[in-house]
Design a protein around this ligand. Structure first.
Ligand code: ZN
Length: 348
């Protein structure tokens, strides 16, 4: 074997002349056959290819959305004067958005659905919902909130979510046993452009020029971008703190706290002891302290120990109180019965 330079780089060349000749013919034939096969399958599966490129999820086994059980609309169930529950459902082939549209839901309702069951869905998952509608003189005038939803994944696992308004008038979505589906924490406390440094117990520090733990995540954002409290809590530090620069620390519960560093400035009214709400502006992105460029250094601590903010499991918003639980369960069971009655109608 001898290495010969050609425009593709170097590759071993077969020195035996006749063998060289036959191998050229052989590969030539393979190439022609390959092109023929690809072309042919292109023609046969035009629809498939179109659908897999167009949609967000590629679905080899679900190539025929037309023969799928489609949206089923059943008569509205009267609730009170002018208000009805409307039943609808669909099997998801591509995305929540498409399936929701097919089921006649509006954008707001699809968003509610995605928040209930997560945005990652698999082909073959099914949902059915009851949503509120109002009619005036037999004309539908509005599509309201989803009041009950059932989600069945393609393994047959079923989950339910119900809307419930407590005696103080606060509405939320809860699982059958009263757990709130809403996360208590923001996913990110700032609108960032990129993650400039990840959580690491061993990182080379760009300013200190030595290895040390990076106990949070760096979210790069333009100077002055508002920083929000990740969740409800009490301020336990608001001021300069060594490498953090202008920093705010918030205690959320006996075990959870968050830290926000390198602020350009701290927001007005943010002092030690101030109660803050989830989403409230606590400061603005800067590069104070040990920072090379404007970013938010964000930490989540569990019992004082820094955890990776991008992966740590954080609690959900308040569940139904013990006192409210019996009323909630009655309400949920009632909705569930209606939902299931409509399902029987529509699949029969
Ligand atoms: Zn950092």
């Amino acid at each position: 074997m001898k290495r010969v330079k050609n425009y593709l780089g170097t590759f071993p060349l077969i020195q035996n002349r006749p063998l060289q000749f036959f191998s050229m013919i052989f590969f030539g034939l393979m190439l022609i056959m390959g092109i023929y096969i690809i072309n042919n399958s292109n023609n046969n599966n035009q629809a498939n290819i179109a659908s897999t490129t167009e949609f967000s999820v590629s679905l080899p086994e679900f190539t025929q959305p037309t023969d799928a059980p489609t949206t089923t609309k059943v008569k509205s169930i009267p609730v009170k004067n002018g208000t009805y529950y409307q039943y609808t459902g669909a099997t998801i082939y591509h995305s929540f958005y498409r399936a929701g549209k097919k089921a006649g839901l509006n954008y707001h309702q699809i968003h509610q659905l995605a928040q209930m069951f997560g945005e990652t869905v698999r082909p073959g998952d099914h949902f059915s919902v009851l949503y509120q509608t109002t009619y005036k003189n037999d004309k539908k005038i509005s599509k309201g909130n989803i009041v009950a939803a059932e989600f069945t994944d393609n393994h047959g696992q079923t989950r339910h979510v119900f809307r419930y308004t407590d005696p103080h008038g606060h509405a939320g979505y809860y699982t059958l046993n009263g757990q709130n589906i809403k996360p208590a924490f923001l996913k990110y406390p700032v609108k960032f452009t990129r993650i400039s440094s990840r959580f690491s117990l061993h990182r080379y520090h760009p300013i200190l020029h030595r290895y040390r733990a990076h106990l949070g995540v760096d979210l790069a954002a333009p100077m002055g971008t508002p920083i929000h409290a990740a969740s409800d809590g009490v301020i336990i530090l608001a001021g300069r703190d060594h490498g953090y620069g202008n920093a705010v620390f918030i205690k959320h519960s006996y075990k959870l706290s968050t830290r926000y560093g390198h602020m350009h400035r701290i927001a007005k009214g943010i002092h030690i002891g101030t109660h803050v709400h989830k989403g409230q502006v606590i400061g603005y992105v800067g590069k104070s302290g040990l920072a090379t460029g404007p970013h938010l250094h964000y930490e989540v601590r569990v019992f004082g120990i820094a955890r990776n903010p991008l992966t740590v499991k954080l609690p959900h918003a308040k569940a139904i109180t013990k006192k409210q639980l019996p009323a909630f369960k009655r309400h949920a069971r009632h909705l569930m019965a209606q939902l299931q009655a409509e399902q029987q109608h529509s699949w029969a």
